[in-house]
Design a binder for this molecule. Structure first.
Ligand code: SF4
Length: 239
């Protein structure tokens, strides 16, 4: 049995709550160092391979070469996203990048819940194709890493570096909380990182094809998701 210093059941608050980072990565490198020292390779990074995702993959590769990275493969992603994952596997051959699929194929989902569930009940579709698979991927993991940034939305504005995650009964580590959208893109450009080509075609946030659309306001990093629905989150980060 592992004795981690910070666990879900004994969580007493973010150990870095009062720390104001002044380094170039706004604390991200130090938090990742702490996370891998604390949890070893048992911690999982759930990566969507968006702009924040490619930054975190790069930062993680410098701290833990064989880190486990899970991409929730809903079977509904753009080909450009799969191409980016192939490039990441080539660039970081030691990272354990895995594609986690839902229990139901698209055909089985259509048979059980009707076709194009995302058009009628996107929350249920996200539950089947994202939340449940992440639950399975995190079972047994003491902690996971997420690319949330405080400026993304009101609901994310109080995110700490180290959080008690009631939803997945785990610890959620968020190294990028202080990063702005510009910081993300400066890092990508300065380090010449591969990124999803769709970002250059009017898609700031990229998820499943049916729930992602082009936007004109590219300053909103979450714009273009679930347009037409009163929904801004897939549910991974809401209670
Ligand atoms: Fe389904 Fe859309 Fe959620 Fe993807 S983002 S799982 S298509 S509802």
């Amino acid at each position: 049995m592992n004795n981690y210093s910070v666990t879900y059941s004994d969580f007493t608050g973010d150990p870095y709550k009062d720390w104001i980072p002044t380094d170039q990565t706004k604390g991200a490198s130090k938090i990742l160092q702490w996370a891998y020292e604390t949890y070893g390779d048992a911690i999982v990074y759930a990566c969507s391979f968006g702009a924040e995702g490619v930054v975190l993959v790069d930062l993680i590769s410098k701290v833990q070469k064989n880190a486990e990275i899970v991409f929730l493969d809903t079977d509904l992603h753009f080909q450009e996203t799969y191409d980016l994952i192939d490039k990441a596997k080539e660039k970081y051959p030691e990272l354990r990048i895995q594609l986690k699929k839902p229990d139901l194929t698209l055909e089985e989902q259509a048979n059980q819940h009707g076709s194009a569930l995302w058009k009628r009940q996107p929350d249920q579709c996200c539950y089947i194709r994202k939340i449940k698979p992440l639950e399975e991927a995190l079972s047994g993991a003491p902690a996971w890493i997420s690319g949330l940034r405080r400026e993304q939305s009101l609901s994310r504005s109080k995110t700490d570096f180290v959080n008690k995650d009631e939803k997945f009964k785990s610890i959620k580590v968020c190294p990028l909380i202080h990063w702005t959208w510009d910081d993300v893109w400066d890092y990508i450009k300065e380090n010449n990182l591969p990124y999803n080509e769709l970002h250059d075609q009017g898609y700031p946030s990229i998820g499943c094809i049916p729930c992602t659309s082009k936007v004109t306001d590219s300053t909103d990093s979450r714009a273009g998701r679930w347009s037409g629905f009163n929904k801004t989150e897939c549910g991974l980060h809401t209670s």
